[in-house]
Write a protein that binds this ligand. Structure first.
Ligand SMILES: NC(=O)c1ccc[n+]([C@@H]2O[C@H](COP(=O)([O-])OP(=O)(O)OC[C@H]3O[C@@H](n4cnc5c(N)ncnc54)[C@H](O)[C@@H]3O)[C@@H](O)[C@H]2O)c1
Length: 316
């Protein structure tokens, strides 16, 4: 298919564009910043540009371009609305005008994180699948991504577009901007237990969703590495996560100690990706077991860590 990929110069774009090409698609990249996979430098907020690009033979859109969490400190709320809400609307309008049958939207697990989830003080780990709702998003990023999801559902209902809404967990290479107690790599490794996936898996989910969503209507999917725990362990995960981890991964403690790393003492939430496996046949290849395996064998860690990463639009 001839595809439009928005956000083609970004972190996801650098994985996704090559994977789409390898799957046999022709990819036209659109981004506000130039990049190796970007043919059109411009904004999704520019309705006329979007319309003309899509009218030029595009058969489906993968909409990944956005302002996201690190941009909160860089841009005013209005720019989030222009980019994430108006931009999504422009793309959906152009998709139906061009007679597309499907649309893939990169959303985020971040907008499911209410203040209570963030505070993490409860008796059991929150089991966050697609039905989970515990209150409104906490920031303009979440508000605009949730609104964009709403637009996707509206176009699916009114215009019969099949839409895959991919609520993606963390795959960013930077350090976390809120947690500084652990080293960046240690924190990322821990997150593969409950809330992270590799950028390569995030990209592959989009490739799979593009074909898998055809005929399914509008479906939302949480994307994260497979969870090693059961719901029956949700209470113990909060009380004594290390005991639960030791049951599933007996040598984790020793492997961590050898690096001076720390396992989490509390796991207060999990992002449950089982629907994507059930409906799309998609399962992340990199999980916590792969992280431990790399530590055991001395191979490079199976995820990216780059504290200096800045999106190209900031470098430009
Ligand atoms: N990185 C993560 O951990 C993570 C987690 C969940 C969801 N996501 C989502 O994944 C998608 C890709 O994020 P990323 O991590 O690659 O971030 P990124 O900032 O590296 O890439 C986003 C790209 O979108 C582009 N962009 C911004 N405004 C635009 C506009 N108006 N028009 C066209 N392009 C525009 C940027 O220039 C950038 O290249 C985003 O939708 C983000 O919300 C990311």
């Amino acid at each position: 298919m001839k595809l439009l990929l928005t956000g083609s110069s970004g972190w996801l774009g650098r994985y996704l564009a090559p994977q789409l090409r390898a799957a046999g698609h022709e990819v036209v990249g659109l981004d506000v910043a130039p990049g190796a996979h970007t043919q059109i430098v411009g904004s999704v907020a520019d309705a006329a540009l979007v319309e003309s690009v899509v009218a030029d033979g595009i058969e489906a859109i993968i909409h990944s371009g956005a302002l996201h969490k690190p941009d909160i400190v860089r841009y005013p709320k209005q720019v989030f609305i222009d980019t994430n809400v108006t931009g999504t609307l422009n793309l959906l309008e152009a998709a139906v005008a061009a007679g597309h049958d499907r649309f893939v939207f990169t959303s985020t697990t971040s907008h499911m994180v209410s203040q209570r989830v963030r505070d993490g003080a409860q008796a059991e780990a929150f089991w966050m699948d697609e039905r989970f709702y515990d209150g409104p998003p906490r920031n303009i990023y979440g508000v605009t991504k949730a609104a964009a999801e709403g637009l996707c559902r509206l176009f699916a209902a009114e215009r019969g577009l099949d839409v895959a809404i991919l609520r993606t967990g963390r795959f960013f290479p930077e350090d976390d901007d809120t947690h500084h107690a652990l080293s960046g790599e240690n924190l990322k490794a821990n997150e593969f237990l409950n809330r992270r996936l590799s950028a390569s898996d995030a990209a592959r989910a989009h490739v799979v969703a593009l074909s898998g969503i055809a005929g399914l209507g509008c479906e939302t999917f949480v994307l994260s590495a497979p969870i090693p725990f059961t719901r029956g362990e949700a209470g113990e995960m909060v009380r004594d996560a290390r005991a639960v981890i030791a049951r599933h991964f007996p040598d984790a403690d020793e492997l961590y100690a050898a690096r001076g790393w720390k396992l989490p003492e509390v796991i207060d939430r999990v992002y449950d990706p089982s629907k994507a496996e059930r409906l799309l046949g998609f399962r992340c290849r990199t999980d916590f077991a792969s992280v431990l395996d790399a530590m055991r064998t001395g191979r490079p860690l199976p995820f990216d860590h780059d504290p200096s990463y800045l999106p190209p639009k900031e470098l430009a």
